[in-house]
Write a protein that binds this ligand. Structure first.
Ligand code: RB5
Length: 142
């Protein structure tokens, strides 16, 4: 189950990403926002990060204008490893090496087609499980 959220700047890309998730047959829940009206990205970053940290949702997707503010917010929540990705290489690497549990996207930085490919890469790549990466992930939490 995927938790997805955005601010107003990410609202339209979120709609497109949710359509894409439906086509992939993914189960997801939309944590808002629900229109283009101006809102505060930390509200939605925290909602999705808390949902993923609770263990009820396996992964999260967060979108704001740059993807920066909302990923900074999400990374304040214990157990969250949110990765802002603008390319597929990074999306693959952050799953393999960091076991990232939230993908952040910048709606003003990338187009819908690339966002969909990044989402596919993020969701389809398993954590490597390598001991050196596990050790480094443990060090993040210490
Ligand atoms: C909203 O205008 C914008 O600041 C926000 O979407 C995001 O880019 C912040 O990091």
């Amino acid at each position: 189950m995927i938790a997805i959220g955005s601010d107003h700047a990410g609202f339209e890309l979120k709609q497109a990403v949710m359509e894409h998730l439906k086509k992939r047959g993914e189960e997801f829940e939309d944590f808002g926002c629900y229109s283009n009206e101006s809102v505060h990205y930390p509200v939605y970053g925290k909602k999705v990060a808390n949902a993923v940290a609770s263990g009820e949702y396996e992964k999260g997707i967060l979108i704001c204008g740059t993807g920066i503010g909302i990923s900074i917010t999400a990374n304040k929540v214990k157990g969250i490893r949110a990765a802002l990705c603008s390319d597929c290489f990074s999306a693959e690497a952050t799953r393999l090496h960091n076991d990232a549990n939230i993908l952040a996207l910048g709606a003003r930085a990338i187009g819908v087609g690339l966002a969909e490919k990044i989402v596919d890469t993020f969701l389809d790549t398993e954590f490597s499980g390598d001991e050196r990466h596990l050790e480094r992930i443990r060090m993040i939490e210490d």
